[in-house]
Write a protein that binds this ligand. Sequence first.
Ligand code: 7RM
Length: 635
Amino acid sequence: MSNYHIKGLEEYFNVYRKSVRYPEKFWEEIAEEHFVWRKKWNNVLSWDFEKPAIKWFEGAQLNITENCIDRHLLTNANKTAIIFEPNDPKEAAEHISYGELSKRVNAFANVLKAQGIQKGDRVCIYLPMIPELAISVLACARIGAVHSVVFAGFSSSALATRINDSSCKMVITSDGSYRGAKTIDLKGIVDEALNDCTTIESVLVAKRIHSDISMQEGRDQWLQPLLDAASTVCEAETMDAEDPLFILYTSGSTGMPKGMVHTTAGYMVGTAFTFKNVFQYRNDDVYWCTADIGWITGHSYIVYGPLANGATTLMFEGVPSYPDFGRFWEVVEKHKVNQFYTAPTAIRALAKENLDFVEKYDLSSLKVLGSVGEPINEEAWHWYNDNVGKKKSPIVDTWWQTETGGIMISPIPFATPTKPTYATLPLPGIQPALMDENGNEIKGNQVDGRLCIKFPWPSMARTIWGNHQRYKETYFSAFENKYFTGDGALRDEVGYYRITGRVDDVIIVSGHNLGTAPIEDAVNEHPAVAESAIVGFPHDIKGNALYGYVILKETGEGRKHENLRKEINQIITEHIGPIAKLDKIQFTVGLPKTRSGKIMRRILRKIAGKDTSNLGDTSTLLNPEVVEEIMKGAL
Ligand code: 7RM
């Protein structure tokens, strides 16, 4: 039996049982056998969810880049580490071998040092999906600087907030970025942000779009000449197991974004282990995660998890719709992608388009399909399964969070039988619990509640940068001695988990608890519906009533809206019951989405409740213009 690579369902259950009975032993064996350490730990785990204080592999010393790069050089220096697929399909892809990656990371690390960056300093990375992004992340890790990647779709004010919160010393950016047919002036956004920042001493600028930008004397420098002059040898800094590796901001329901802090050893072990099992990665496979490295999915499953396994990981600069909606599948065919990991929002967008875009390409290399970021609705699941996977590639619906660092609940392909809309079973080492409103654990199957985790796992975030109190309040105070995820979930008759969405998405209508996801699933079954979002609004009698925002596949006055409303409610009645019928249905052209593709329900709730005086922070929206539209059409 191998703890590290699980290949069947029985093996999964055996490993899982062991991981719960002897968690320290379980993780220690994995840490021993699959990583290189400069010094071994004195203690596998110490934890206290009250304080909270969690330490894994205390006393150990290592550098994560030695695990992600150096150790593969002995046997695999010529293997491709990173495939870079540019925005424009006419531009050649780049294959970066482990050998070349080593040199480029080391040179970059030497540049950082020459610019005065030291172990523990925070470096803000604001780059598009170009190789320099992965390389700068690894260069920080090489010298023990704490990277804080800010997704390069965020505005200047969002960038400034994040730079200031963790007092970054440096920004790494580019002259601009390509996004489909558009270019974005990244350097201009950085300049604007830096008007409100005092801690930045230097800005390194990668050339990508060759635009005419202004460089501030004494602060800004072009990156390439510095790299060209730097040595390609750089000794890795010795890091303690619990030294911070990075900060990544995640938006809270209110207030400031939270700078989640991930540390070195546990994060490495957790992301490597989950990558290997969830994607069943084999030596010569090509793996592609379409996320941006600016999100946790990109940190854990484009950079660290794959590289720690010596994998070939593909970085895509572009968007799914450029030059047309076949782009993803073209890339799969071109690079013979074996594992493909994307988000439900992308799947739904592509499912709206003509099937020719998929059928044109040879997708026979695909072995495993992944989904992450939000509940994958039944229709999208089937579309993905039928048209992309041709019913032969298992779909891994992976549930996890920025805070969890790595995948928590997911099928193991070819072991766990999949079930649409279910993330299925906890991975080894993960102990979920469903809790009721009174703080009691709900045992047994066919139950639903608030999703908590009872026991620490190596890749969990250790604190919120500069605000440990908020970390405690947000995650460890709702339920005693448990990590609270903020999500609701149900457990079916065989123990499979279905994540029903954020708990604040639960709407109580006439005393019935209704999750939004199942209702949206029902609405989306209507052949004319492309996407929907359900929220509650105050109702005199029912307490709350349901308001549905519905995007139709074909806009225009093709069909009578009144009939559609009736048909949609008919489907809901059939699937869930009349209690879940929508009081109001507004047809709209779009939904307010965060840049990572999550629907911002807070705004929809306010509009439904006719409370639009203060919509709160909308700076992280991808499509702020849609809010105006929706307000105009509100019922
Ligand atoms: C990885 C990521 C976390 C929140 C989480 C959930 C939702 C993520 C799924 C999901 C249902 C899934 N990190 N979520 N994955 N809901 N099924 N497979 O997305 O920090 O950006 O978001 O996303 O609500 O709490 S995140």
